[in-house]
Design a protein around this ligand. Structure first.
Ligand SMILES: CC(C)(COP(=O)(O)OP(=O)(O)OC[C@H]1O[C@@H](n2cnc3c(N)ncnc32)[C@H](O)[C@@H]1OP(=O)(O)O)[C@@H](O)C(=O)NCCC(=O)NCCS
Length: 177
């Protein structure tokens, strides 16, 4: 079955297992747009941050993921670091399902703000988070975060901070299962 043929209901969302960091790395690589970090970094995420990560699995294969953490000095904030879906499965609502599952993870319990950073040219990601704010019936504020010149590599885009919230725990019940 190609990615395009995978039905929505055939995709299960769950926490990553310790040995699945490499699969997260492969999805990030295959998106072609995400910053690809070292495989070791994704292994640490799967091992130590599984309470704030979600994977989308189809037939034993990881086809998407969302990763993040609770901000240590701002526990009301859950920060979403990367969300990525294999290209053939994008644009079908899986991004929204992944964010909803991310907000329901144990590590996001009692958080009231969702943060992420997005490059100005990433239309799909901007649309995804603005749509989540509407579904949570709350605001999406956009402010400067990392300037292009803050990055050591030439050609890296700026990253703007998206702050979604405050949202009520009950708002999560309205999101996609
Ligand atoms: C960004 C990404 C996770 C979005 O997931 P997705 O499954 O494609 O998005 P969804 O189908 O859930 O759509 C969510 C919303 O965004 C909109 N959207 C999705 N793709 C879009 C695009 N290319 N352009 C404009 N809007 C888009 C949808 O219409 C929907 O809006 P709505 O709820 O108002 O109808 C996915 O496209 C992806 O993996 N991209 C590559 C990696 C990446 O850039 N990640 C983000 C940076 S961390």
């Amino acid at each position: 079955m190609t990615d395009e043929e995978i039905p929505d209901q055939g995709i299960r969302l769950r926490s990553p297992r310790t040995d699945e960091g490499g699969a997260l790395w492969a999805v990030a690589r295959d998106t072609g747009t995400l910053d690809l970090n070292s495989s070791y970094l994704y292994m640490l995420l799967a091992r130590d941050f599984s309470d704030t990560c979600v994977v989308a699995e189809h037939d034993g294969r990881i086809v998407g993921f969302a990763s993040g953490y609770r901000r240590p000095r701002h526990p009301e904030v859950v920060f979403l670091w990367q969300v990525g879906i294999r290209p053939g499965l994008q644009g079908k609502g899986l991004g929204k399902r992944l964010i909803a599952a991310f907000l329901r993870q144990p590590g996001a319990d009692r958080a009231s703000l969702l943060e992420t950073t997005i490059a100005p040219e990433n239309e799909a990601s901007r649309a995804l988070f603005q749509s989540m704010a509407r579904e949570l019936d709350t605001e999406c504020r956009i402010s400067p975060c990392f300037a292009a010149e803050d990055f050591p590599e030439p050609g890296h885009s700026a990253e703007e901070l998206f702050t979604i919230g405050p949202y009520r725990p009950s708002a999560l019940n309205r999101l996609a299962p």
